[in-house]
Ligand binder design. Structure first.
Ligand code: GDP
Ligand code: MG
Length: 694
């Protein structure tokens, strides 16, 4: 009688020592075993065969290990087996009564992104201890199937085999649920990207190779060096990244990566472990009882954010005043040194007012990033993510969207790129669409300027906080809307990481602050400078007829010239659209200029007042705004709302285009943000008028 040809499935059996691997292996294969050695090393290689439902299951017992580094022969053997022999599935045997410790190895297999099934062994012990594991949830969080078994009592083995066969048939690779946080992930993505363009890795995950290179794994580095040359530029990139991480995090990349894995595990176990008393409760757990609690978590978060903006505004005010005085003095000095004419106007009204108007906010930018990096480095940001996760879920945002959105407070461009960690396209696009509503650093100068000019110092911090909060709330509303109309579908579960609290290092924080502040200064000296010059030209030409200026004061001459210029005409043309919001044509010009980069709104306004101000050239911009009859606290607030919401800058639009792969999402973002900005600003303005504000 002829038997149908069985399908062969190669299975690697891995796990920590004493997780029950041998027991499981014996139960699965019975007597059909073969013992040999791995080539070149004295590590025993046991293989066995099991026939099941028309499949030949070829099971290889891997050495018991806690990790997959290159430090020991056992770990290398286990890793090389997966990398070189490409088994159809790896079964990771986990001692479920020791879940946190055992999952570390699991994270290493997850990184390899090869088909994986977790066997949660020793479930009898777990039950005896009165604990319960929500294994479906755990499986969802890890992104791979998790099957409860009791190897010693042959319980759950059939289900395990069924699952293994299913995964093998589908060649189902784990989705990357484990990410390493913005700092590390940025480097990893960069290295993985570079790798993919340099060498064909086959089925090997570039992200895994990048992790290993960052860890300083000598074996992976040597292998790669043999293929592309040991002095390839890629290794320079890796070494620089390692150095940078070391400086910023204050630890070796290897430790930083391990920390994130532990954070991932700790978050997963916290969510999946039901009941039962946790054995250890260190102070970090004690703090977390309040910080991530259902009741207090959100208020604590809001309070901290509010305190942050108070600090940014109040501590930033004095140094801002010094810089302002400096630029005013510089403007006056140049005014006195040069004769009246285009050159003087370009330098004083265009360059000094424009760029100076932006540079005065350096202290605020530095303070904002000081606060953000303190939150991030101490481990609080991870808690904040944990707290808002429930809300994010409700509106259909993936929990992992939190990091890109957080990055968005700095700059929307890297924030859009950071959505790469989201594996589901829908999750990714929704996140990209709402990231522009996160108020980036470039918008802060506008708020500080307007809040400082029109609100008392005691209220300015709260005003700015309310704008940021409005952005976040609208992001939630829009995400929910996009999710229910454009991009329907379930969200994928993921682990909220809870890395241990740690003391931020002075050096790490200093580097973050310095990098951001320097980036801002560089931008002011390049992009903003260029825009300031262009805007000065557009606001100065064409000149009005000399006959039109007869008999006017110098200040009136300035005003007429501005109105007659290109920019003035464009502003006047569009003004009717903006009038319902309470904006005059000068503001409209500045808003259009701000499309390039939002700081340009400030520099353009500075140039406009400097040009139009005649004798007052170079004087305080806030003072000029305050005395402008077109402005009131209500218009100022409406303007802040509009600037928060309308089209993110050109660079963001381009990066959205690039990251979504189609101009349509970029165009959609431009369109919807314009509509949203106008609508919300209109509502705010009308409501203000209705309430009798002005
Ligand atoms: P290995 O080091 O991973 O190969 O682990 P072993 O298979 O040698 O198992 C270690 C110990 O755990 C042995 O004493 C086993 O009898 C025991 N063991 C294995 N599976 C289970 C299980 O499901 N429940 C319980 N209670 N003990 C188990
Ligand atoms: Mg064993």
């Amino acid at each position: 009688m002829e038997r149908p040809v069985s399908k062969r499935i190669v299975i690697g059996l891995a796990g920590n020592p004493n997780a029950g691997k041998t027991t499981l292996f014996n139960e699965l294969t019975g007597g059909h075993q073969h013992v040999g050695n791995y080539p070149g090393v004295t590590v025993e290689r046991k293989e066995g065969l099991r026939q099941y439902n028309g499949y030949d299951l070829h099971i290889v017992d891997l050495p018991g290990t806690y990790s997959l580094t290159a430090y020991s022969a056992e770990e290398l053997v286990a890793r090389d087996f997966v990398v070189d022999e490409q088994p159809d599935v790896v079964i990771d045997v986990v001692d479920a009564s020791n879940l946190e410790r055992n999952l570390y190895l699991t994270t290493q297999f997850l990184e390899l992104e090869q088909p994986l099934v977790v066997a949660l062994n020793m479930m009898d012990v777990v039950e005896n201890e009165g604990k319960r594991i929500d294994y479906d949830l755990l499986a969802g969080l890890l992104g791979v199937p998790a099957v409860p078994v009791v190897a010693a009592k042959r319980k759950g083995l059939e289900e395990l085999l069924e699952t293994v066969i299913q995964v093998a048939e589908e060649r189902r690779r784990p989705r990357r649920h484990l990410t390493y946080g913005p700092e590390l992930e940025e480097h990893l993505q960069e290295i993985a990207h570079a790798l993919a363009s340099v060498v064909d890795l086959g089925t090997l995950s570039p992200h895994w190779v990048a992790v290993k290179l960052l860890e300083g794994d000598a074996v992976v580095r040597k292998h790669l060096g043999d293929r592309i040359g040991a002095d390839h530029a890629l290794f320079g990139l890796v070494d620089r990244a390692r150095l940078h991480i070391n400086e910023v995090v204050g630890d070796d990349a290897e430790i930083a990566l391990a920390d994130r894995r532990y954070g991932f595990i700790s978050g997963a176990v916290r969510e999946a472990m039901r009941q039962g008393t946790r054995s250890r409760r260190d102070w970090s757990d004690a703090v977390d009882r309040y910080v991530v609690s259902r009741v207090l978590g959100l208020p604590i978060f809001v309070l901290l954010m509010w305190a942050m903006f108070e600090m940014v505004f109040r501590l930033g005010a004095p140094p801002m005043g010094w810089i302002e005085t400096g630029f005013t003095a510089l403007g006056q000095a140049v005014s006195q040194a040069l004769p009246v004419g285009d050159l003087r106007s370009l330098l004083v009204d265009g360059v000094i007012s424009g760029v100076g108007g932006v540079l005065v906010f350096v202290p605020n930018i530095a303070l904002l990033f000081l606060a953000i990096s303190l939150f991030e480095d101490s481990g609080y940001m991870a808690r904040a993510a944990f707290v808002v996760d429930r809300i994010m879920h409700r509106v259909g945002l993936h929990g992992k969207s939190f990091i890109p959105m957080l990055v968005g407070f700095g700059c929307n461009v890297p924030a859009v790129m950071a959505t790469r960690t989201l594996s589901e396209t829908r999750d990714r696009i929704v996140t990209i669409l709402v990231v522009p509503l996160m108020s980036c650093g470039a918008r802060l100068p506008v708020y500080i300027l307007l809040a400082g000019a029109f609100f008392p110092a005691s209220a300015a911090g709260k005003v700015i906080f309310s704008i940021y909060a409005l952005g976040v709330v609208l992001a939630m509303v829009m995400a929910w809307l996009f999710r229910s109309v454009l991009l329907k579908g379930p969200t994928t579960p993921f682990v909220m990481e809870l890395p241990p609290y740690r003391m931020p290092t002075v050096k790490g924080v200093a580097i973050h602050v310095w990098e951001r502040a320097w980036m801002y200064v560089k931008k002011a000296g390049t992009v903003i400078l260029a825009f300031a010059v262009v805007m000065w030209f557009l606001m100065s030409y064409p000149r009005p007829e000399a006959s039109d200026l007869v008999g006017l004061t110098q200040q009136q001459v300035g005003a007429v010239t501005l109105e007659h210029s290109f920019a003035g005409r464009v502003g006047k043309t569009i003004e009717p659209v903006m009038r319902p919001l309470g904006f005059d044509w000068q503001t409209t010009v500045a808003l259009i200029a701000g499309l390039g980069a939002k700081e340009v709104f400030v520099s353009t306004l500075a140039t406009a007042y400097s040009l139009g101000g005649g004798e007052k050239a170079g004087s305080d911009l806030r003072e000029a705004l305050r005395t402008d009859p077109h402005f009131s606290p209500l218009t100022a607030y409406t303007l802040m709302v509009f600037i928060l919401l309308y089209i993110p800058c050109m660079s963001s639009v381009v990066v959205i285009w690039r990251e979504t792969g189609t101009w349509k999402w970029a165009a959609f973002t431009v369109a919807y943000t314009c509509v949203l900005a106008w609508t919300v600003a209109f509502v705010v303005h009308s409501l203000g008028l209705f309430l009798g504000l002005r």
